[in-house]
Ligand binder design. Sequence first.
Ligand SMILES: [Cu+2]
Length: 150
Amino acid sequence: MNSKHFLALLAMLSCTPLFADTVKVDNAWARATAPGEPVAGAFMDLVADTDLTLVSATSTASKSVELHTMAMDKGVMIMRQVKKISLPKGKTVNLQPGGLHIMLIDLNAPLQADQKTQVTLTVKNRKGKTSEVVVEVPVRAMTEMAGHHH
Ligand SMILES: [Cu+2]
């Protein structure tokens, strides 16, 4: 390889991002469940380093995972599934009780306080490239039970 080719190769490599699109995750937690309860909410604060969209998630704790939002409808809190959650660059997106959240569905076992579970987020960048973000999620008991309507 002559030096001209080598420089061309270097230029090509430097156009490729060296790091995957990343999301900083803070305050992750999931709600402890009683035996027999099939679902649990998981919550966290997300800050993306570039414009990303959260498109799906999986968990070691449950058979499936959905993205949900909560809203008041005629005085009742209802949950609705959403296809995606936008994560604009540098902006904190709060997944929290009463708002956007991650729903673990068909739990393999009840989530017990002080355990940890794992949620893997799939995010897509503006070019449509997906990457995965693995999040350690501590389980916490919730003193006040929020109504859960599915
Ligand atoms: Cu939900």
